[in-house]
Design a protein around this ligand. Sequence first.
Ligand SMILES: [Mg+2]
Length: 225
Amino acid sequence: MKKLVLFDLDGTLLDRDESVKQFIAIQYDRLNNHLSHIPKIDYAARFIELDCHGHVWKDKVYQYLVTEFQITSITWQALLNDYETQFQFHCVPFIGLVEMLDTLKQQGYRLGMITNGRGDFQASAISGLGIQDYFDVILISEIEQVRKPEAEIFDRAMTRLGCSAQDSVFVGDNPEADIMGAKNAKLRTIWKRSQLWQTAEGADAIIDRLMEIPSILENFNSIDR
Ligand SMILES: [Mg+2]
């Protein structure tokens, strides 16, 4: 019987691409007195390109932007600070997020999150979504000093709640960090399909929408019975 559902954050619960799109448009407007010499569409497009779906940290991104667009009246550090403090106000959930979390809670599941990233930043994104109270455990790689796909971070989340891998399911979008990682730690896996990857080898189930999760958990439970 599955008791614990662990989730990735970016690209799984948080629609990161949409959040970044909204954030960067508003950053441009907010800092317009420093950026008005750049067409808004160019500033946003270059940010999104350099960010590479979150794989490049924003210190590098803003250093490139400052150089390429000859931004002189504000530093890359100030732009980065704006990102670090303001991104949380532009966090867009995937459709059905709260409904799915409510459903799983009502069904008695314990919930956890394992996310690779910076401690303060990921914590502020989680509170930006307003979902922190649903989770019994949240592990952020910078704080834990261990990252997905290492089995250690999955083991640690389960240990903190007294659950075994047999009791646990992991939901994520990254085929290597999430699906292979959780697989190696012996959890069942659900791949949240993403346009960034063709397939996720070894996933036990595939979803496009978060509200598909409750019935998949039922399936897992009937297979285990
Ligand atoms: Mg992800």
